[in-house]
Each structure stands twice: as C-alpha cells, then as structure tokens.
Design a protein around this ligand. Structure first.
Ligand SMILES: [Fe+2]
Length: 309
C-alpha cells in the first residue's frame, strides 16, 4: 500500500478552549489526552490523540493527519507527490514529537487544506476510558472517523487528482440532491480502508473549511445518550436523528462551539473493494436529519395546534 491508510487525527483551532473541553469530554464522551502549551488533546481510543485542540481565532479545521502504512510507503508517496509538482515539506522533530508520530511531512490540498502525512501515531500510556460511553468509539482500521470538507470552488477533477490520483483514495459514491429549487447539494465520498468514507467533499456554501467530523460508537444506546446530554446542555443541534442512504449511518449532528458540526453515529457500513460498485444517489437521507430550525418550527406549530383544542 503506497497511499494513505487512514484519517489518523485532526487539529482544530478554537477560540474557547473551556467550551470545547466540556463539549468533547462531557457531551461527546471523549477522554482528555494531555494539556499542551496551546490547548489540549482528546482521545477516542488507545491512540495518544485523535483531536488536537489549539487556541486561536480560526474556529475551524487547521490540519488533517493522514497515516500511511510504513516509512517505505511514505517515501513512495513523497516521491509521487513531488513528481506531480506538489510541494512537500519535511516536518521537524519538534512537530513530530508534538503529534506523537515517527515521521511527518506537510502538504496542502488544492483547496489549501493543510495535511500532515504521518507514520507511527503512538498509543497512549494508559487504556482508553470514557467517562460517558457504555461502549466504545469505532476506530481501528477505519481510523479516527470521517470528515466532510468544502470544495470552495475548486473543481472535482482538480481535488480528485490529488486525493484519488496521488493519495490513493477510492470513490465510494456520489450524492446529488436538489434541496430546494436551484440549491443543489453535491457530495463525493472517498475511502482508503473499509470505513465507507474517511473524507468527503461538498460543493455548497459554508463559512468553514470543514462541515463536520463524524465519530462512530459501537453501542446504539450511546447515540441516544449523547443526544440527551447535548439536549440537556443546550448545545445547538445542526440536524435531528436520521440515516444516510450510502453509509447507513444512524446519527445526529450537533454544533461544536466553533460552529461546524460533529456527526455522532452508529452502524456505519464497511466497504469491500472486491464487490463494491460506485453509485450516484439522489438523496442525502433515508429519513430524518432534518435541519433543527425546521424541527423546532414543526414542534412549535404542533404545540400551538394542541393549545387550540
Ligand atoms: Fe458524515
């Protein structure tokens, strides 16, 4: 394998560290990794960290760490990128140490998203222990989860040339849905391991680089309990419970303190490349995933109707 094998970690720059700590640990059920000079790290499994949270004004994704299988695979990937004219910068020892990886190289995708290609993300020194989950987060061969990024006007050909042509991702499927007259959601989903997608790209107006990060849990009850914790804490929801037709994820979307979302899911489909067929679907959801504003309007209308009887 010469390409990327998993989404290993993400780095977020956030303006309110305390809010993020509460959100990630108390509401989502992550575990504090360690405090750093600029923030803290978060664990969802045996690895040292999966989210690295640093203080700053961006309130957005600032780096994505993708792991490759070996030093040889990273050498081959660097050669491929360099031959294609992509600028590759070797990360220094201090950065590799901070990321707890053996080696790290920096590249940027065509949208300008900063990527760290790494080997050997270290395990933490203690077992993973969530204070909130009944089960566990689903990671392993599927990596940390998935993220949906915005294409920011860059053509699909151009970013696929990078992610598919150079990093080795495969297309899972495409969803094109007309949400309203003239408003079309057009997303493409890419995988690099059995997880249905590790990254997807959407062509839609959005102020951030990232639309959401998905964490998956092994126990469906943890989706409901996380929903309850977010509801009780007054954390704003992006979308109600629902299910996607491509990865079959049963999930809800809650807004992070930085405004982009987290998808909290269960039951995601795994891809077997030997039998998988790429399809284009025409809807984002089998059911649910209603925008929360619309849901609140329906509930309010229902309550008003009740009051009339
Ligand atoms: Fe998602």
């Amino acid at each position: 394998m010469t390409g990327v094998k998993e989404l290993a970690y993400v780095v977020y720059e956030v303006s309110d560290l305390a809010d993020w700590e509460h959100f990630a640990i108390t509401l989502l059920g992550m575990q504090l990794g360690e405090r750093t000079d600029s923030g803290f790290t978060l664990r969802t499994d045996e690895k040292a960290h999966r989210w690295i949270v640093t203080e700053g004004p961006a309130d957005d994704l600032v780096r994505s760490g993708y792991e490759v299988a070996s030093a040889e695979a990273l050498d081959a990937l660097v050669a491929t990128l360099t031959a294609a004219g992509v600028e590759v910068t070797e990360g220094d020892a201090a950065l590799a140490a901070a990321r707890k990886v053996e080696r790290l190289v920096l590249v940027a995708d065509p949208m300008g998203n900063q990527i760290e290609l790494v080997t050997g993300l270290a395990d933490a020194e203690t077992p993973f222990n969530s204070g909130a989950l009944l089960g566990e987060f689903v990671t392993g061969a599927g990596g940390a989860g998935h993220q949906v990024l915005l294409s920011k006007g860059v053509s699909r050909e151009e970013y696929l040339a990078f992610y598919q042509g150079l990093l080795g991702f495969k297309i899972s499927d495409i969803i094109i849905e007309e949400l309203a007259p003239g408003i079309v959601a057009d997303l493409i989903f890419l995988h690099c391991n059995p997880r249905h997608h590790s990254v997807a790209f959407g062509d839609m107006p959005h102020p951030k680089k990232t639309h959401h990060f998905m964490v998956e849990v092994t126990d469906i009850r943890d989706v409901g309990m996380a929903w309850d914790r977010c509801l009780q804490a007054g954390q704003p929801f992006e979308m109600t419970l629902g299910m996607h037709p491509n990865d079959n994820m049963f999930s809800f979307y809650v807004r992070t303190p930085s405004g982009f979302a987290v998808e909290y899911g269960w039951g995601g489909l795994l891809i077997d490349d030997a039998t998988w067929e790429v399809k284009t679907l025409d809807r984002l959801n089998n059911w649910g995933h209603h925008p929360m504003d619309a849901e609140v309007a329906w509930l309010s209308a229902g309550i008003a109707k009740e009051a009339q009887h």
